[in-house]
Design a protein around this ligand. Structure first.
Ligand code: FES
Ligand code: FE2
Length: 428
C-alpha cells in the first residue's frame, strides 16, 4: 500500500516531476530502428514522458528528435517537408536542422539573423541493438550509451518489439517483477507456447503455486528470487532482474531465448511495452523468429502498421470464455503478453495503491517501490546519481537454478547473475 502522495510521485513522469527527472537521466528506448529506415524518410510522432516530439532523419541520415511543433505558430512538423538537410514547416516554410536549430525563415531578410534566435527543443537519438535510444536529460549529465546485453549481441541473435499499453508504466513494471502470477495467469500457456514449452522448470512452476520470495538489493535495483520446490528437497529458483527504473529480465527456460522488458511512459496513462528476446551464442532459429514475429512468447501481434495489439480493450482482448472454461487459458485471454496487459489495463490507467492488500508474494513490488522512492529522493535532494546508470549495473542477467536448500541464491548463483561473455544464461 502507498500513500496517495507516494503513488502520485511514482506514477507521474511529465516535465518537472521528480520521477520525470529520474527517467530523464537514462537512455530510453524510443523507436525501433526500422521506424526510421533511411535518410529523408517520413517523420514519426513520438510522445515520451508527456512530451510530444518528432523523430526524423535528414538528408545525411542523421537522427533527430525535436519538438513536434513549429516555433512560429505551433503547427505540427509531422506535416513538414523533409528536404535538403532539414525539415520545413508546411505552413509558412520555416526550416529546422537535425539539432532543432531554425535555419531559414523565408519571410525575414537573411541578414536579420532572426532564424538563429529560434531553436526547437531537441534530444540526442542514437541507434544501438535495433533500437533508437533517446536521452532527454541535462546535456552535462548524459551517460555512456546503454550496454544491455541484448543490444550488444549480433543482430541475428536478437528480436525486439514494442506495443502500446494503455496503463501507467508502474503497474506494467509491477507485473514484470511479480513472478507469482505465472502459476495462475499463464498456466495454460506455459507448456504450449513455442518459446516456453519443454523446460523442466515449467513443471516446478505448475506444481508449486506457493512460491517463497527472497528479494535482495542488487547494485542497479533488485534480484527477485522466487523459490519453488524441486526434487529431493532441493529448490528451484527463478531470479528476475530489475534495474532502475524500468528494465526487467525474466529468468530463462531451457534453451529458449531469454526475454525481458522496458516500460517507458508515453504519458501518465499509457506506456510502451518494449519486449526483447535474445541468445548469446547462437542465432535465433527460423522457428523462434517466426514465433516471435507472430507475437508469441512475451510479444503480442499488433494491427499491421501500428503498435496497438490486435487484442485490446475495445474488443475485450478477444476474450475466449470457452477456452477459459476448458482450462486452456486461465483468464480466457490468449498469449502471455496480452494476458498481462489485459489485467494491468483493467486496473484503470493509474491504479489506486492506497486501496491494496499486499501479501508476502508482493515483496518484490514493495521493495521496488521503496527503492524507487529512495532513489528519487536522493537524486532530487542530494544530487545522488541514481542506480542503473553504471554500465556494470546493465551487464546483468536473470537465472534459473536448482539449489540445495542450505544455499542462498545470491551466493550460489552469483556468477550467473552477471554477463559472462560467450556463455549462455544459467537455466533449467
Ligand atoms: S507555423 Fe510553421 S512556419 Fe508558420
Ligand atoms: Fe506475466
Amino acid at each position: 500500500m502507498l500513500k496517495k502522495e507516494q503513488n502520485d510521485l511514482l506514477t507521474q513522469t511529465g516535465p518537472g516531476t521528480p520521477m520525470g527527472q529520474l527517467f530523464r537521466r537514462y537512455w530510453l528506448p524510443a523507436l525501433l530502428t526500422e521506424e526510421l529506415p533511411e535518410p529523408e524518410c517520413p517523420p514519426v510522432r513520438v510522445k515520451l514522458l508527456s512530451e510530444r516530439l518528432l523523430a526524423w532523419r535528414d538528408t545525411q541520415g542523421r537522427y533527430a528528435l525535436t519538438d513536434e511543433f513549429c516555433a512560429h505558430r505551433g503547427v505540427s512538423l509531422w506535416f513538414g517537408r523533409n528536404e535538403e538537410s532539414g525539415l520545413r514547416c508546411s505552413y509558412h516554410g520555416w526550416k529546422y536542422d537535425h539539432t532543432g536549430q531554425c535555419i531559414e525563415v523565408p519571410s525575414e531578410p537573411t541578414e536579420s539573423g532572426f532564424c538563429q534566435t529560434i531553436k526547437l527543443a531537441s534530444y540526442p537519438l542514437v541507434e544501438r541493438g535495433g533500437v533508437l535510444w533517446a536521452y532527454m536529460g541535462p546535456p552535462e549529465l548524459q551517460p555512456p550509451l546503454p550496454e544491455w546485453e541484448f543490444a550488444t549481441v549480433p543482430s541475428d541473435r536478437r528480436f525486439v518489439s514494442k506495443r502500446l499499453q494503455e496503463s501507467n508504466w508502474l503497474q506494467a513494471l509491477e507485473g514484470g517483477i511479480d513472478s507469482s502470477h505465472v502459476s495462475f495467469l499463464h498456466r495454460g500457456e506455459i507448456n504450449k507456447d513455442p518459446l516456453f514449452k519443454g523446460s523442466r522448470g515449467n513443471q516446478y512452476n505448475l506444481a508449486d503455486a506457493r512460491p517463497v520470495f527472497e528479494v535482495v538489493e542488487s547494485p542497479g535495483g533488485l534480484y527477485i528470487g522466487a523459490r519453488r520446490n524441486a526434487e529431493q528437497g532441493n529448490y528451484y529458483w527463478r531470479v528476475t532482474q530489475w534495474v532502475i527504473p524500468c528494465f526487467t529480465m525474466i529468468p530463462p527456460r531451457a534453451d529458449h531465448p531469454v526475454h525481458g522488458h522496458f516500460w517507458i511512459p508515453i504519458d501518465d496513462e499509457q506506456c510502451w511495452t518494449w519486449s526483447f528476446d535474445y541468445k548469446v551464442t547462437r542465432p535465433l532459429s527460423p522457428l523462434e523468429l517466426q514465433s516471435l514475429r507472430e507475437g508469441k512468447g512475451v510479444h503480442a501481434a499488433c494491427a499491421p502498421g501500428t503498435f496497438r495489439p490486435l487484442a485490446n480493450k475495445d474488443n475485450d482482448y478477444l476474450m475466449d470464455r470457452a477456452a477459459q472454461k476448458r482450462g486452456e487459458t486461465f483468464s480466457g485471454v490468449h498469449g502471455f503478453g496480452m494476458q498481462d496487459a489485459s489485467l494491468q489495463e483493467s486496473m484503470g490507467p493509474v491504479v489506486d495503491r492506497t486501496k491494496e492488500n499486499l501479501v508476502s508474494t508482493d515483496n518484490g513490488i514493495i521493495m521496488a517501490r521503496h527503492r524507487l522512492l529512495r532513489s528519487v529522493k536522493a537524486m532530487v535532494e542530494k544530487h545522488v546519481t541514481p542506480p542503473g546508470l553504471d554500465i556494470a549495473h546493465q551487464r546483468c542477467r536473470s537465472a534459473a537454478v536448482v539449489l540445495p536448500p542450505d544455499q542462498p541464491f545470491k551466493d550460489a548463483a552469483k556468477a550467473a547473475l552477471v554477463v559472462q561473455d560467450d556463455h549462455e544464461h544459467v537455466t533449467v
